[in-house]
Write a protein that binds this ligand. Structure first.
Ligand code: SAM
Length: 164
């Protein structure tokens, strides 16, 4: 499988998983957290849905397309290992949807980082909230969900907080 194939699979899977998670959390009022702005494609996709929920972006350094750059008051600048606990302390378990796309090209490094941030992300979700990730996560209380049609196994992962 070529790198182009892998890239396409990841993009198609991200869109399918995000669309499912947005639909399944539509009754929740809490904010959406986008972890990793990058070029801003997935942020733009979420924003284009015209949701009434606020979208907050966590990013260490903004380098996005101008059309896909969040307003300053929706941007949480810094290392997610610092900013996630900070926001949890301020806003509690309120997020309706968290999307994480923080990884680079090194799969081992991505996996280590996913293990590190899983316990930081897990307590941020509201009951019924969903988490979509490009990397497998290591949660204790969130349940892994089946992928929607069109998504490719291993390219995207979905989790839900079912109860307290
Ligand atoms: N989903 C994005 C898109 O559609 O354009 C791509 C995200 S890109 C793969 C990953 C982004 O995560 C980069 O912009 C990087 O700066 C950010 N990032 C990675 N590790 C981070 C960390 N520890 N704290 C904050 N941002 C981080």
């Amino acid at each position: 499988m070529s790198r182009l194939d892998l890239f396409i699979d990841r993009m198609v899977s991200q869109r399918a998983c995000l669309d499912l998670a947005v639909a399944e959390t539509e009754d929740l009022q809490g904010p959406i957290y986008e972890l990793g702005l990058g070029n801003g494609r997935t942020y733009h996709h979420l924003r284009e849905k015209g949701l009434s929920r606020d979208i907050y972006v966590f990013e260490r350094a903004v380098a996005s397309h101008p059309d896909s750059t969040p307003p300053e008051d929706r941007l949480i600048l810094g290392e997610v290992t610092d900013t996630l606990p900070d926001i949890l302390g301020r806003w509690g378990p309120t997020a309706s949807l968290i999307h994480a796309d923080l990884g680079g090209h090194n799969r081992e490094k991505n996996d280590l980082f996913a293990r590190k941030i899983s316990p930081l992300i897990e307590p941020m979700l509201a009951i019924g909230g969903m988490m979509v990730s490009s990397d497998r996560m290591y949660f204790e209380r969130l349940s892994q969900q089946p992928l929607p049609e069109g998504a490719v196994e291993g390219r995207c992962f979905i989790y839900r907080r079912d109860g307290a």
